[in-house]
Ligand binder design. Structure first.
Ligand code: PEP
Ligand code: MN
Length: 328
């Protein structure tokens, strides 16, 4: 529990105590000696005892009193991680081209959707189990880890068995049953869980989502992926402030998904740089051998043969940002 969290529980406790004492003072003169109203009085007295016992709840996500958590080599003590792969797995050839490019560019983690949470029921929902097999095979061929989404309870077990970290997507970010089950199965198999921020969720709601998982395991990666705002120039608004906000209350690794926030290729590198500058521990990127032909999100995916240059351009932006000479 952070200092701020402890303080707010304490001030809530004081408010409740004041209220209960006031109730007691009002109710006591009304209770008759014969017993009428006595049950109300004793209920208030019991509440006062319960209020006195109210303690800040220890959360496994707390930033104080624990080492920073590291998941799949992603964490504060490591160089930024690159989690790259296509939006959707379309063929073995497609995913293996991306895996090779990712490895060559320094990536250690391959992503790709087999079970997709599409906004429209009329869109293709992904190749399912067949895609998972391709993803695992392509990652193993390059010695990479795998992150992929479980879109519901129906595919959670097979996803958990195949991947190294189960992704919970933005559209499922407020699905307690799935979050709880993902934490449970991840803990039993020693896997991680990526908790994406719901695009309509506050940072506190995002952290609460992670707490469902944290009931079972602290191998959690938080992923800021953009929120819905009034700005139509990007697909979502990458909330860079969410990185330090989440950092202040958790010790979990935090990554940013630059692709889903940007919605367009040319915006991906600057958003990746902004996320890293804000303190993110890694970047998720969508990459495809020929994005124009991609079955989903074709406007935002980076060409596999341009990935290395994209990562290099992010590095150049950060070096430039750090290149001033003091004093001004
Ligand atoms: C994804 O990462 O494939 C995805 C669909 O992202 P989000 O859940 O953030 O929209
Ligand atoms: Mn996508």
């Amino acid at each position: 529990m952070t200092k701020a969290g402890t303080q707010s529980v304490e001030s809530l406790r004081c408010d409740l105590e004041r209220l209960a004492k006031k109730l007691l003072a009002t109710a006591a003169p009304l209770a008759s000696a014969e017993g009428a109203g006595r049950d109300v009085l004793s209920a208030i007295e019991r509440s006062l005892e319960a209020i006195a016992d109210l303690q800040p709840r220890e959360s496994p996500l707390c930033s104080e009193g624990g080492e920073p958590v590291e998941v799949l080599g992603i964490g504060e003590e490591h160089p930024p991680a690159w989690i790259v792969g296509p939006c959707m797995i379309e063929s073995y050839e497609q995913i293996s081209i991306v895996a090779e490019a990712a490895k060559a560019a320094g990536g250690r983690i391959l992503r790709g959707g087999a079970f997709k949470t599409r906004t429209s029921p009329h869109s293709f929902q992904g190749p399912g189990e067949e895609g998972l097999v391709m993803l695992r095979r392509a990652a193993d061929a390059q010695g990479m880890a795998v992150i992929t989404e479980a879109s519901g309870l129906g595919n959670l077990d097979i996803v958990a068995e195949t991947c190294d970290a189960i992704q919970i997507g933005s559209r499922n970010a407020q699905s307690p049953e799935l979050l709880d089950a993902a934490g449970r199965v991840a803990a039993s198999l020693g896997k991680g869980v990526v908790v994406k921020r719901g695009f309509g969720c506050t940072v506190a709601e995002w952290i609460s989502a992670a707490e469902y998982v944290a009931a079972h395991t602290d191998k959690i990666i938080l992923c800021e992926r953009g929120i819905r705002t009034f700005e139509p120039g990007t697909r979502f608004t990458l909330d860079v402030a969410a990185v330090p906000l989440a950092r202040a209350v958790t010790r979990l690794p935090i990554i940013v998904d630059a692709s889903h926030a940007a919605g367009k290729r040319e915006m991906v590198a600057p958003l990746a740089a902004a996320g890293l500058a804000a303190g993110a521990d890694g970047v998720m990127l969508e990459v495809h051998p020929s994005p124009e032909q991609a079955m989903s999100d074709n406007g935002q995916q980076i060409r596999a043969d341009e990935l290395n240059e994209l990562i290099e351009s992010v590095r150049r932006k950060l070096v430039r940002a750090a290149s001033w000479n003091r004093p001004y």
